[in-house]
Design a protein around this ligand. Structure first.
Ligand SMILES: [Zn+2]
Ligand SMILES: [Zn+2]
Length: 363
């Protein structure tokens, strides 16, 4: 056990409070990581608000990166001193994990959501939930697993690596792996946050000829143009579907909803051409429903979700890093850095839209 400092969510919509805790040592397939950086994602705010994930009080955070301090006796591929980023955890042994779909892991909840470690014990000595997404990265140390640790090149900046583990990977791999568009395809991306920007950069790499970014904020639309969008549309425009249809001459080949509201999901479906493929990547909370005209589906349109881009992190992350080093995936453009102690400022910037992807830095 060792002392740490964690940012604790105590009550819905409250501020994060920095507090000392004691974290357990790794056992089995666990790894203990000293946190150097962590992105903040909207899902962390759902945890804070008590609508998703472990019971409060809780340590959220699921885009951690750092240096491995210790590993459990069953860990094979990660060693103390390795630089790692952390993603969602999985069991590694079920049918989904064995067929290269670890995000469908049959034990996903036990590894990521309950607030306890997968072995059923508490991550901290104190009565605070942790182990969120198999990490709880809003803390100076994280207990994670071999399955959600991705070893990084030692010279790759951990502050840049951290946010690759969730939103950027989700957006990019939904394009590369889930959609796999032919060069020249048209794609609509609703929402220009980290997920949407990841999808836009990936669509450009994949050679999509028409890349339409939709967002409410003009600053986000401007940045989307710089990162690869060929067209932008104000999300408040009531003629959205007609505008998309005009740009694409009949509807988009591919569409992503990175917002996850009933209205944006409905627009994603309606903006597709016959045979088009829509992928839902955002979720604004539990219990959101959408009405679909079945005639929209019958013409060979395909709609699916793609949690985390349905990829294998140890394969997908090195690929994104390679693209970045070739200058093709300039995701550092969307990052803004804050000291860990300023987590509430970072969250405020995220909630008012002025910050696309806040990254917390640790000493
Ligand atoms: Zn996330
Ligand atoms: Zn599994």
């Amino acid at each position: 056990m060792r002392p740490i400092v964690a940012a604790i969510a105590r009550e819905p919509h409250g501020l994060f409070e920095l507090q000392s805790l004691n974290i357990q040592e790794p056992t089995g397939s666990e790894i203990l990581v000293r946190t150097k950086a962590s992105g903040i994602c909207h899902t962390d705010l759902l945890v804070r608000d008590g609508v998703f994930g472990p019971p409060l009080p809780a340590v959220a955070g699921h885009e951690g990166a750092g240096i491995v301090e210790a590993v459990g006796p069953a860990v094979n591929s990660i060693r103390p001193g390795d630089h790692v980023l952390l993603t969602q955890a999985s069991c590694g042994g079920c049918r989904s994990c064995r067929s290269a779909h670890p995000m469908n892991c049959e034990d996903f909840v036990r590894y990521n959501i309950t607030g306890d470690r997968a072995n059923g014990t508490k991550p901290y000595q104190e009565a605070v939930s942790g182990a969120f997404s198999g990490q709880s990265s809003f803390a100076t140390y994280m207990l994670a697993y071999e399955t959600n640790g991705v070893v990084l090149p030692p010279d790759f900046p951990l502050a840049h690596a951290a946010p690759l583990g969730c939103g950027l990977m989700t957006g990019a791999n939904s394009v590369f792996r889930v959609m796999a568009p032919l060069a020249g395809s048209s794609i609509l991306v609703i929402g220009a946050g980290a997920v949407g920007m990841g999808a836009i950069m990936a669509a450009k790499i994949a050679g999509c000829g028409t890349i339409i970014s939709v967002d409410l904020l003009s600053s986000r639309r401007d940045l989307a143009m710089e990162l690869g969008a060929t067209h932008v549309v104000d999300g408040a425009d009531s003629d959205l579907v007609k505008i998309i249809s005009d740009i694409t001459r009949g509807g988009a080949d591919f569409a992503i909803d990175a917002v996850g509201l009933p209205a944006t999901a409905a627009n994603m479906v309606r903006a597709l051409r016959p045979g088009g493929h829509g992928v839902l990547l955002g979720a604004a909370g539990v219990g959101q429903t959408v009405e679909l005209d079945l005639m929209d589906l019958i013409f060979n349109r395909k709609i699916q979700g793609a949690i985390q881009g349905d990829q294998v992190p140890q394969v997908a992350v090195p690929s994104l890093i390679s693209l970045h080093m070739q200058g093709l995936f300039p995701f550092e453009r969307i990052l803004q850095f804050f000291p860990f102690e300023a987590i509430n400022d970072a969250v405020e910037g995220m909630e008012n839209g002025s910050v696309v992807k806040p990254v917390l830095l640790f000493d």
